[in-house]
Design a protein. Structure first.
Length: 352
């Protein structure tokens, strides 16, 4: 789960409703490990963040290989069409100037505005000075598919539109982030961490809480009815599941179980992904540790999270010798009628 960055619309798509009510909200419950259930404890390594931006790599960026902004989905279609007509089709500027020359900001101010937006989207604070020349170079030579004079009223008119500034900033933030990202080797913060060390945390979603047998915790922290059904499947139907736990987040957005994996967002910023579940499965070859995400709808960034946690599992398996794997279970594909996690996995992979 990633509580702090999701929108209300995303929660509703995942089955979480936001309703007005005249009654007081339900009091939160306290979720905590139960000493008598230590047989269901799960060891899950805590690793240090491994992504960081190395701004020194910015010197390797070849602006000539970047594409015009009107070829990028980051720019709204209406502006892509207009810019294509003005530049790609005729190779000359034919649009009507929207403002008088005295009302248009100078090019330095416009480029600075776009640069600040790149800084904000890619989460690169205090890097304005390094980014400004790159942004200016791109806008003047590649942004419009040809070299342009930033002093002309027509170009300044285009760059004055906030929608075009945002489109340019989104595209450049993504490209710059991919270039400057540095992936370090896996480093453990707590290689021996166990869920029994989880501090008690409050929970107020999807109440009354679910009580399960195969988990270390007194309650299963679920956000919505889909997660509740999945927990019931793990607890009651999946005969090959030995133990499981919801890696719930608190209302402050930090994981109650401390487990998180950093990943590169589509915006170019580095974010933290809090998966939903850890499940230990019994197989003929031994125990398999699963990180599982239950998803009501696939949003932008889901693929980046999938890639990050799948790579984490591969690297942790290599480093520890334990078998760690990842799977996403979409609500539309979930069949609670199976009697084993293995059957659910086979069913999902057959659809892939």
């Amino acid at each position: 789960m990633q509580f702090c960055s999701d929108t209300p619309e995303q929660y509703e798509a995942d089955g979480v409703g936001f309703k007005s009510t005249k009654t007081d909200p339900p009091k939160p419950i306290i979720v905590e490990p139960v000493k008598e259930r230590l047989a269901y404890d799960i060891a899950i390594p805590i690793t240090k963040p491994r992504l960081e931006h190395d701004i020194r790599k910015l010197s390797d960026l070849d602006v000539a290989v970047l594409k015009p902004v009107f070829e990028q989905e980051e720019l709204a279609e209406v502006f892509r069409v207009r810019l294509k007509l003005d530049f790609a089709t005729t190779a000359t500027e034919v649009s009507k100037v929207d403002f008088g020359s005295d009302e248009l900001p100078p090019p330095q101010e416009l480029i600075a505005s776009i640069t600040n937006k790149v800084v904000q989207r890619a989460k690169l604070p205090n890097r304005f000075a390094e980014l400004y020349p790159t942004v200016r170079n791109y806008v003047s030579t590649r942004c419009f598919g040809q070299k342009v004079d930033l002093e002309t009223n027509a170009i300044r008119s285009h760059l004055s539109r906030l929608e075009i500034q945002e489109g340019i900033a989104k595209y450049l933030a993504r490209e710059i982030a991919q270039l400057t990202i540095d992936r370090r080797a896996i480093e453990f913060e707590r290689a021996d961490y166990r869920l029994s060390e989880t501090r008690p945390f409050s929970w107020r979603r999807n109440l009354p809480p679910l009580i399960a047998k195969k988990t270390l915790f007194n309650y299963v922290a679920t956000y919505n009815d889909f997660e509740r059904r999945f927990a019931e499947f793990l607890d009651n139907s999946a005969a090959d599941v030995l133990r499981f736990a919801a890696l719930g987040t608190t209302e402050q957005g930090e994981s109650g179980t401390q487990f998180r994996v950093d990943y590169l967002k589509p915006s170019g910023a580095i974010g933290f992904y809090h998966p939903d579940w850890v499940v230990v499965q019994r197989t003929k070859a031994g125990e398999v540790n699963w990180i599982i995400e239950t998803k009501g709808r696939v949003w932008e960034g889901t693929a980046a999270k999938d890639e990050a946690i799948r790579e984490w599992c591969e690297r942790i398996s290599e480093a520890t010798g334990a078998d760690w794997r990842y799977m996403r279970v979409n609500q539309s594909e979930f069949n609670p009628g199976t009697n084993a996690l293995a059957d659910l996995i086979d069913d999902l992979w057959s659809r892939a």
